[in-house]
Design a protein around this ligand. Sequence first.
Ligand code: TYM
Length: 338
Amino acid sequence: MTTADRKPRVFSGIQPTSDSFHLGNYLGALRQWVAMQDTADALYCVVDQHAITVDHDPKVLHQRSRASAAQLLALGLDPERCTLFIQSQVPEHAMLAWILGTETGFGEASRMTQFKDKSAKQERTTVGLFTYPVLMAADILVYQTDQVPVGEDQRQHLELSRDLAGRFNGTYGDTFIVPEPYIVKETATIKDLAEPEKKMSKSSTSPRGCLYLLDEPNLMRKKIKSAVTDSGGEVRYDMDAKPGVSNLLNIYAALGETTVGKLEAEYAGKGYGDFKGDLADVVADALGPIAAKTREYLADKAELDRILTAGAEKARHLAARTIAKAYKRIGFYPPVAL
Ligand code: TYM
């Protein structure tokens, strides 16, 4: 199989598990999603089937899937330049997940660190949570994906996807492209603002630790200004000795379209106060408009549904081709047409 004759295929997904995405999602993944629309044949997916692997309320899940799609459009995904859809509308993902599950070792799946972390937090751990990374591999492989833009926390899952593709190809003949992770080093892990030794996540223990894209601009400013910085007043990058300031430098460089080196020079001799005040403005200016745009997309339900249905149809078309191939390889009858 060759990729030389086509644009690289890009696929990525995000879970609709909160009302708003956060700055870690944005800098670690979503910003790359927007940029890659122009360089790749890109598919982006709201992975609601992954979201039911932990406790959920059906009504809330439905609203959050819609709100997630609206935020992605507000961030700059353009349905003319990428394929945006909801995972459960494309049954081929689950069809391939079943096959890949039979190729996955029990020990191999048991080594997934996210499963260990998540199952430790749940009262009830399900088989669905255990096989989560297999469904993720199916998401990726069903589109013959070349590159997967994600944050660092997804690296191990990507490794599993690569192993499964290689193993299947080795056993049954060339079927899947082996995907590459696309992880931007500087923003691979955005840290919690209150506890900079942890990654930013919606389960932050501090109300100021996680900055949401739909926060009011004033709240964004407050969260940045109250971010934990380190002892010594110097604005200098050192992830080990100064994780708080270094995290803020990474955020500033990414949102302010500059570099950490330039920022260090600019703030030499100035204190944390000046630095955080300026960063608060950069963050509020960059992310402030997203909430209003999201509301606009949510206000036109028919249009949003149209975009998502069209996206799912396009995605299914591609996914069905891989399913036909994989079914044949494995010895199945082809799915019947409706
Ligand atoms: P999810 O929904 O947890 O996160 C979406 C994306 O945001 C990135 N991310 C971060 N990046 C940097 N710093 C952070 N603090 C941070 N927090 C989150 C994640 O790495 C991710 O890229 N399993 C996936 C969803 C998924 C998927 C897929 C991704 C399902 N199928 C196929 C890629 C391809 C997840 O839970 O992401």
